[in-house]
Structure formats: C-alpha cells, structure tokens
Design a protein around this ligand. Sequence first.
Ligand code: NI
Length: 225
Amino acid sequence: MLLHIPEVLPRDQLAGFRERLARADWLDGRRSAGHQALAVKHNQQLADDDPLARELAAQALAALERNPLFLTATLPARIFPPMINRYAGGGSYGNHVDNAVRVLPDGTRVRTDVSATLFLSDPEDYDGGELTIDDTYGTHTVKLPAGDLVIYPSTSLHRVTPVTRGARIACVFWVQSLIRDDAQRTLLLDLDLAIQRLNRSGAEPDVAVALGGTYHNLLRMWATP
Ligand code: NI
C-alpha cells in the first residue's frame, strides 16, 4: 500500500522550523547508511542528538499519534523515530531497499514494515528530489507539499532523484506494524474505512457492529507483537 496522508504537520508548526533548518548543522548522510546504501546515498542529515532534530522528531511523532488515518493504515507496534535529511546540490539516493531492522539507542530492535517520508520543504522550493517507488503495480513518483506524509511498504525498491535547485528537507522514519504483511494491512485498512463510511451513513447499525467485530477478529488473528 502506498498512501498519501495530507497535513500531518500544520503549516504554522512547520514555519517555526524552516528558518532553524536553513542554518542547521548538517552532517554527511552516509553516517547512518548500511553497507549496501553507502555507495548510493548522497545527502545530509541532522545528528540524532541535535536539539533541533529531537524537537522536530518529537513534534512529528506527537502529530502522528493524533492522526487517525496514519494509525489505521500502519497499526503501529513501534516507531523508529524520525531522522531529518536534506538533499541539495545534485544530492540523491540511488536505488535501495531499506534495512529490515533498525536498533534504537536502548538496544530495542524495530522491524521496518512501513517506510515513511514526511515532507518539510514545499515542492516549489526545489527541482528534482522525487521519491520514486517501484511496486507490483509499477513505478510511483511522489513529491508532496510541506507537512504531508507518504507511507509505503519497506520491502519496496525506491530512490530519491537528484535535487538540481534548492533544497529538499524531509523526515524519514519506519514503523514496525502489528500486521507484518502489507496485503493483510491493506485489507484491514479497506475494511476499516468501509466501516467508518457505513457508520457515517447511519444505515444498518447492526451490520456495522458485525463488520467491526470481523475487523477486530482479523486483527487479533494476524497481529504479532
Ligand atoms: Ni530508503
């Protein structure tokens, strides 16, 4: 499932970060790259302990926890906190699949089921920098307004095309889902959204209750810790 979730971070919240990001202390993005990614990753990122990175990551996480579409689409068990990266001056990230497991500072392992990019720059502010994702339905190109999020299966081959003007700043993070399998997760999202529509329509409340039960029983059957 590739899903666009609009307005995760409100514009007024973003505005406060823009100026600080413009004069932030950017480091070489290869610091956090795995062996395979080293050759293809050409970007910059903020250190995990940079106060600006921590503040922005905390606000992004708080916004995600309040976002009903994000929660029902990802069914998070754990979230690997956002890293803030920047592409400029031809910077790009070639074809790769994200590492399967990431380790938190306390040693907790996070299996990456869902990859996410929260755009912090507006598309008018840079050329290139498209997130390009291959899946069984073809190739998708994503370039969203600042504050919008895209999620996609971490199993996907993807890349960021070179930024030839301006700078593209984004948060990237990963979700370990209660539902490991993307097809099962997609089915649960479709079912949940249909039940929500049924509830809003006010028709046949008993049917909505029955389908709600089926939703939770499927979730119980498939969920892994
Ligand atoms: Ni990636």
